[in-house]
Design a protein around this ligand. Structure first.
Ligand code: PLP
Ligand code: SF4
Length: 338
């Protein structure tokens, strides 16, 4: 049987002409959208489009999904695998970079295509942990007793159906040293109907500690339907965290970041990470400098309680964790006296 969310997913807008028409935008944007969309296609659910302002090409939600000519530029320093994912591959679709936790690439599919996505060039066809009923991934986890947390990622793990996910969760539960299940997903945000009774049923049944790390970049992404979906997740005992990407033209102001933290907390979600953009080819126009990022975080600290200030981090290939940014990188690197 097809669930409501699957129908909505199949009905997502993929034609830039339709998106421009729905938002009453200038058809002159179409040629570039088609050209850039050939490299990484447009995909956006109608529930997400409904939160965009009509007639505003600078809308912060639209900017996350509309292909632009700037994506076709290829400035130096922007690559296809900016975070060294392929080097940390422990088994097919299994990334083991950090102590105690392992990330599973469960699927390449996402409900939305974010233009800045660092996995836009990832070879998903060869690299899903789902092959042969998760066999190699489960075998790796069983034989590595230092792993206590499994992170379902992708793509978006909640684009898999609940039968598949429930089956995986119960296999993970049977591994004694696994105590936590973490799900990295944007699906409850772009497609809140995904949080349905079938999803809640297997989550409730699974006795691992469960954490959902959402991906919200702007307060406008949280409308009434999303807030209701998040409260359904909390009601079955999940801890909700959020990670954002700092994006030029989307959330690069103290006012927008503060509004985002406040809106998240009001919806029962704790801010977790604010990621600097991974330098993936096609996303250079979204980059905010490290110095500017530090200034924004200082502005946030001056304005919000400490628990609403996300950790500003960047991913460096080979590092033992996500790497926090210091307050004033310029001064810290030049002063060697106390
Ligand atoms: C980001 C990431 C994690 C999670 O890191 P946390 O700091 O625990 O949130 C784990 N594994 C991989 C491969 C990652 O990229
Ligand atoms: S939802 Fe996440 S993985 Fe999917 S396109 Fe957006 S940023 Fe990339």
């Amino acid at each position: 049987m097809t669930a409501q969310w699957q129908t909505e997913l199949a009905d997502a807008v993929r034609d830039p002409a339709e998106l421009l028409r729905m938002l009453e935008l200038d058809p002159a944007l179409l040629a570039a959208a088609r050209a850039a969309g050939r490299r990484f296609p447009l995909r956006v659910p109608r529930a997400f489009i409904a939160r965009m302002r009509k007639g505003d090409p600078a809308d912060p939600l639209l900017r996350q999904v509309l292909p632009l000519a700037a994506e076709l530029e290829s400035p130096g320093g922007f690559s296809h695998d900016p975070v060294g994912d392929l080097a940390s591959r422990a088994a097919p679709g299994v990334l083991h970079k950090y102590h105690g936790r392992v990330l599973l690439i469960t699927t390449g599919a996402c409900g939305v295509h974010c233009r800045y996505c660092f996995r836009r060039h990832f070879p998903y066809a060869d690299e899903s942990a789902r092959q042969a009923d998760w066999h190699a991934a489960l075998e790796y986890l069983r034989t590595n007793a230092s792993v206590h947390e499994v992170i379902l990622s992708g793509g978006d793990p909640l684009s898999l159906n609940d039968r598949t996910l429930a089956h995986l969760a119960s296999a993970l539960e049977q591994i004694p040293h696994i105590t936590r299940l973490r799900i990295h997903t944007r699906q409850p945000i772009v497609l809140p109907s995904r949080v349905n009774s079938a999803l809640l049923a297997w989550l409730k049944k699974c006795h691992l500690q469960k954490i959902v790390v959402l991906h919200v970049n702007h307060a406008h992404e949280l409308d009434a339907a999303v807030i209701a979906a998040l409260s359904r997740l909390r009601a079955v005992g999940l801890t909700l965290l959020n990670q954002s990407v700092l994006l030029r033209g989307v959330n690069d102001s103290v006012a927008e970041l503060a509004a985002l933290s406040e809106a998240l907390f009001a919806a029962g979600v704790m801010p977790y990470y604010l990621n600097l953009l991974d330098r993936v080819q096609g996303a250079a126009h979204f980059e905010v400098s490290e110095e500017q990022a530090c200034i924004l975080i200082q502005g946030l600290r001056a304005r919000l309680p400490g628990y609403l200030v996300p950790r500003l981090v960047r991913e460096i290939p080979g590092a033992a964790s996500k790497v926090p940014l210091m307050d004033m990188p310029a001064r810290a690197s030049t002063s060697n006296t106390l």
